[in-house]
Ligand binder design. Sequence first.
Ligand SMILES: Cc1cc2nc3c(=O)[nH]c(=O)nc-3n(C[C@H](O)[C@H](O)[C@H](O)COP(=O)(O)OP(=O)(O)OC[C@H]3O[C@@H](n4cnc5c(N)ncnc54)[C@H](O)[C@@H]3O)c2cc1C
Length: 439
Amino acid sequence: MHAVVQDLEICIIGAGIGGTTTALALAKQGFRNVTVYERAPALGFVGAGIQMAPNMARILTKLGVWEPIADDGVAMEFYSIREGATGKNMGLVDCSNIEKDYGYRQTGGHRATLVNNLYDGCVKSGVKFCFGSSIDTTLDFTGRPTFTVTTEDGQSRQVQCDILLGADGIKSQTRVALLKHLNVTAGVRETGQAAYRIMLTRDQMKHDPELLALLDGNETIRWIGEKRHIVAYPISQRSIYNISTTQPDVNFAAEASATYTTKGSKKAMLSVYGDFCPLVLRMLDLAPDEEIVEWKLHVHDPLPTWVYGSFALIGDACHPTLPHLGQGAAQAVEDGAVLSIFLAALPDASPININKALVAYERARKTRAETLVNLAAESSRELHLGVGKAREERDRQFAAMKTGVPGKVPDKVMDVDVHRMTYGFDCMQDARVKAVSVL
Ligand SMILES: Cc1cc2nc3c(=O)[nH]c(=O)nc-3n(C[C@H](O)[C@H](O)[C@H](O)COP(=O)(O)OP(=O)(O)OC[C@H]3O[C@@H](n4cnc5c(N)ncnc54)[C@H](O)[C@@H]3O)c2cc1C
């Protein structure tokens, strides 16, 4: 890489999974001047598990951080789908095939472990972090990008850089600024869904042998019912059982759309899942009342573009998704890896070529990310079916999976054709090939 390219000043807004991966990928390519601005006073959100798919693991391996993340996680042997009301097994996927075909298993992990390792990798590679630093929507995209940073003591200052990357998540201010600048609207799309996220410790589960068996098992389990489901898996070397639910959004529906999380009520949660089997109810009942938090599940309309001049969006800021395919964070990781390859291929530091590289990044990523957003929504429609012909057909498809005869798979996370597309695609290799012809 040319020295003038290596010294480009690159600013990233947001130290989530997308922002830290992008910073690390850029530093590994040889960029020497990468700064991440994060609103939170320290490494932010830690409170939930995450399913890490083979396409994410492959990139994190190349970035040198997968080993400690995998060591702390739990590699899944099986993915099983169960009827919520009875606990009956409806379908099963053997994940050892996934490892054979794609090199990695689906791994359940703690978000804190993931982000901390990305952060440590960044710091070792010379990335600078400014915590407690908020960005507002007053970005200037003309010429060198300029933005205002406000620190926790209320002081504001202007920062200019050569390349600005908005990795500020679903509530992205940089996306708002881009759309305003382009004079286009891409509204938040109501999904009508909300989620409780719960983490049970071994200590909380140890008195119930059936529950303990879930923690000691190697299975990601999805219990499904009408308009609702629960997905759960062990994380953190089986010291924690991570549970994420999806149910109709009633608590947020009446509130302002800016609200994304709210203190939940255990009583309300138990009543939503009241007709699920005793095992599930005992599991939910272990959650301490004061720890119940409900999340609104948002997506928004596809954006007309992710790029303007020397600015680009990354991750949930440009392709937020329902979580049912376990690909939201994986796609943010792919964004960072691909973007770093196009920028590393720059022949010089001119704004024209920077824009060319960012446009090439968008071309390489947008269709794929948006296809997976649509697949997650499709899965949600199938998983949440009520009594009727469509559900009978879906249950027949689940049952057929056990026979091994290829056919339609209603839960896309279990579908081998979808695996081929999600896990089998090496986005870094694809970007390397494309970068040669674009720049
Ligand atoms: C219930 C649920 C379960 C999920 N499960 C999975 C899963 O199993 N597997 C998977 O791959 N994905 C999963 N996802 C999706 C995944 O969490 C997201 O896609 C991923 O976290 C997006 O990363 P990001 O870096 O784009 O955004 P975020 O993680 O939201 O990070 C954005 C960062 O920007 C900071 N920020 C925001 N605004 C500003 C500002 N104005 N100034 C400065 N900093 C700012 C925030 O503080 C934050 O640190 C799930 C999502 C949900 C809701």
